[in-house]
Ligand binder design. Structure first.
Ligand SMILES: [Mn+2]
Length: 316
């Protein structure tokens, strides 16, 4: 993909990514934005994303993100979608459909490519890694490097998930050569929690129970507890990963009540259990080591239902 040729031929460019943008969606969108702003100052660029997460607002350009999805441009000369296919960009899809030329850069296996010019690499760690591939290395600056690094860090769980390749680390190495405090960045986007989040994490760990001779761990946060702490669903992110870090545990189940007798379930596996299969049986999906589903029933029924499938896999 010759991104410079595509950008060079445009006067107006729109950029978007998936709804509920994470570090990779935000980082890749803003890296592309900053690159165009820096190198093609005459081009009008709009970035359409839902609200930027508080821990990502340090990324340069996050203050210009158009969260209203309103524009006076009738038809963008170029519309770039990163980290998803065009059907996941929510309200921005109408701008994509109306654009004169479209580009899609993504790393999701499920994305077969939507756009005139596509760069889809399912093995890549992140959309950010792919954005780095297409950009001219001589025209990247510190802010662009930080935006790209952020997406790689969040999508790889700080270089830990198996989507991390030697190439991912080489890209990261080149990025840190721009000279920023990457330790601080990692803590800020990945490890830091609010006091409230730490409290509810503590509660979930305290009330967790071990099943199947300690191979499986379960914890539930009730609606009463969420209300007591004033927690939103995003305050519960990461609890399931912490549960999985218990010695001997192969599979972690974390669930919270989204409505009476309805639970949002997150599953994590250290590798032996295929939690995607478990989630699929219950109408959900995900990956081998990380999956989720929504299950109806009493807390007891839901746990029984899920552990039945996990037990089968551990026995087999
Ligand atoms: Mn991604």
């Amino acid at each position: 993909m010759n991104i410079d040729q595509l950008i060079g031929g445009a006067k107006t460019i729109g950029i978007s990514s998936h709804v509920r943008p994470d570090g990779d969606a935000t980082g890749s969108s803003l890296a592309m934005y900053l690159y165009i702003k820096k190198n093609y100052p005459k081009v009008r660029v709009d970035v359409f994303l839902e609200k930027v997460l508080p821990e990502l607002t340090f990324i340069e350009g996050s203050d210009i993100v158009n969260t209203e999805f309103k524009t006076d441009v009738k038809s963008y000369d170029l519309f770039i979608v990163v980290d998803c296919s065009k059907d996941r960009i929510g309200e921005a899809e109408k701008f994509f459909d109306a654009a004169k030329k479209t580009v899609n850069i993504d790393h999701h296996v499920s994305n077969t490519g939507t756009g005139d010019e596509v760069y889809i690499v399912p093995d890549a760690s992140s959309a950010c890694e792919l954005v780095y591939d297409v950009l001219d290395k001589d025209r990247i600056d510190l802010d662009i490097a930080k935006a790209i690094y952020t997406g790689i860090v969040t999508d790889t769980g700080v270089f830990k998930y198996n989507n991390t390749s030697p190439k991912t680390l080489r890209v990261a190495a080149e990025l840190i050569s721009y000279g920023f405090d990457f330790g601080k960045l990692i803590d800020h986007v990945f490890y830091e929690k609010t006091y409230l989040q730490n409290q509810i994490l503590g509660r979930a760990l305290l009330e967790s129970i071990m099943l199947m001779d300690g191979k499986c761990i379960v914890s539930v946060v009730s609606r009463q507890n969420m209300e007591f702490y004033g927690a939103e669903s995003n305050d519960l992110d990461g609890i399931v990963n912490q549960l999985l870090l218990t010695v001997g545990v192969e599979c972690a189940i974390f669930m919270y009540e989204i409505a009476p007798l309805e639970y949002k379930v997150s599953l994590r596996s250290s590798g032996i259990v295929n939690v995607e299969e478990v989630a699929k049986m219950l109408g959900g999906g995900g990956h081998v080591r990380a999956a989720g589903c929504i299950v109806n029933g009493t807390q007891h029924d839901v746990i029984n239902n899920i552990t039945k499938y996990i037990h089968r896999q551990l026995e087999g």
